[in-house]
Design a protein around this ligand. Structure first.
Ligand code: NAP
Length: 449
């Protein structure tokens, strides 16, 4: 028997016209990766590193909600794992059900999100299946990717830089019905064109990390790097780091990439990053015990940066947080900027403030990207100026394992997840550009073996 979802998948794979796709029936229940409210205490007393996404993420059917006028239903061909997938699945720093409850109190449409399940995922590539009555720029049949800035466009605070909006949220993390599912619900102002030269899985992994790095490195809302600047990039072969390195190189800067293995150092060299520091080989111990940092180790890092790049960093691309922030503030150049979007190793940060004020440095917070920034970052991918960093692909039923790999720092770049796409390699409509850029597009995949 052909189910509604099979019919949608077949129509997309055959490149059916929009009218045909929009006339297909939507299923009542949709397969997706979710966590359950009644399990949010399951890891009580367990250390963060031992909390296992494979036990908390379930792949099962959930009821598809009614579509709001400013929304679209997307047939998700592929999605990706982000670190927020890990945070949701280990219920840290907070279970995400509180976010859904708050959204639920805001409006009738918001109430749909407050469920005893949370369908996760903040990236997607796919095809528009339905649009609400207020959607103007997109129609059924469009090949698209999705960025995760979810905002209330009737809120005045959303109309300068929308990341400053009071009710700004991350789709699939602070909202329900995210991308790790066969169908997803998105606002029309989250949609962007799919890069024609990429497969579904290559197109799915970029938006969240690529847009974040664009804002942090390129945008005036971030550090707005200029030509010739030196940028220290922590986790330089990771999700956001590998896009940051590409923006630094594109903008005529010198990235100094920090990684934790010779394989990752080699990968960065091939990406074009010449100055690389293997933090494991160097054996940095910025914290001599739980409460004490060692400035001699900061100094040792600073010397190494000068040795490999000839300069102190104008910008430090910071996200590990507690383990590195003291060092980051110390090594930044006089007048330099530490731009931070995360604190993976701990959010209670300590640094020596004398190094900040006496050397006139700035710490700047940064978070995802507004629609314009996400659009520009997507344009860089569409034009082949920035490349996906896809290293591994899982099928949706294995999403727990995929999240586990990211949680344990076992993968480089990005991990893709096939949703409706039955296999890898589909979705390319510009074979000529793909052929030309193939070595760059597949770099991370080749290194992963
Ligand atoms: P990822 O793919 O896991 O990469 C992070 C990299 O950081 C790792 O590859 C690792 O590289 C390095 N790292 C991990 N722990 C470290 C430590 N203690 N000291 C030094 N380096 C360490 O994750 P991601 O996608 O890049 O995300 C990184 C963080 O940014 C996460 O916390 C995520 O939630 C956050 N984030 C925030 C936003 C936002 O909008 N605010 C957007 C995207 C991501 P090596 O081991 O090779 O050094």
């Amino acid at each position: 028997m052909t189910t509604e979802i099979d019919a949608i998948r077949s129509a997309v794979l055959e490149g059916a016209p929009g009218e045909e796709i929009s006339s297909l029936a939507l299923p009542e229940g949709v397969r997706g990766a979710l966590v359950r409210a009644d399990e949010q205490e399951m890891f009580a007393g367990v250390a963060s590193e031992d909390k296992d996404p494979r036990t908390s993420i379930h792949v099962e059917d959930f009821p598809l909600p009614e579509l709001a006028p400013d929304e679209a239903v997307i047939a998700v061909m592929a999605s990706s794992i982000n670190f927020n997938t890990v945070w949701t699945s280990i219920f840290e720093p907070l279970p995400t059900f509180g976010f859904l409850k708050r959204l639920g109190r805001e409006s009738m449409w918001g109430a749909r999100h407050d469920q005893p399940f949370h369908v996760i995922g903040s990236d997607a590539s796919g095809v528009v299946v339905r649009v609400g009555s207020a959607v103007r720029n997109w129609k059924a049949g469009d090949n698209i990717t999705v960025h995760c800035n979810y905002l209330d466009d009737q809120d005045p605070s959303a109309h300068d830089d929308s990341m400053l909006a009071t009710n700004q949220r991350i789709w699939g993390f602070e909202t329900n019905y995210g991308g790790l599912a066969d169908l997803a619900i998105v606002k029309a102002n989250q949609i962007m064109p799919k890069p024609a030269h990429l497969t579904w899985e290559e197109a799915a992994v970029n938006a969240l990390c690529n847009s974040t790095s664009y804002r942090m490195i390129v945008s005036p809302n971030g550090s707005q790097m200029t030509q010739g600047q030196t940028v220290l990039v922590w986790g330089a072969s990771g999700g956001i780091g590998a896009y940051a390195c590409q923006y630094v190189l594109n903008g005529g800067g010198t990235p100094v990439g920090v990684v934790s293995s010779p394989q990752r150092a080699a990968l960065l060299n091939e990406l074009g990053v010449e100055a690389v520091i293997d933090r494991k080989a160097e054996g940095y111990r910025f914290w001599s015990d739980e409460h004490t940092q060692d400035p001699a180790e900061w100094l040792r890092l600073g010397k190494k940066i000068r040795e490999v790049s000839g300069a102190d960093p104008d910008i430090v691309f910071e996200h590990p947080g507690r383990s590195t922030m003291g060092a980051s503030v110390f090594v930044a150049k006089r007048g330099g900027m530490i731009i931070t979007c995360a604190a993976t190793s701990g959010f209670n940060i300590e640094y020596d403030n004398r190094h900040l004020w006496m050397k006139l440095k700035t710490i700047k917070g940064c978070h995802f990207a507004n629609y314009r920034e996400a659009w520009e970052a997507n344009r860089a991918i569409c034009e082949g100026r920035v490349h996906p960093t896809l290293s591994k692909v899982y099928a949706l039923p294995d999403v727990g394992e995929a999240a586990y790999q990211v949680h344990k720092n076992l993968v480089e770049g990005k991990v893709g997840v096939l949703c409706l796409a039955p296999e890898e390699g589909l979705g390319v409509t510009d074979g000529e550009t793909r052929e030309r850029l193939l070595p760059q597009i597949t770099l991370f995949r080749r290194h992963a073996g």
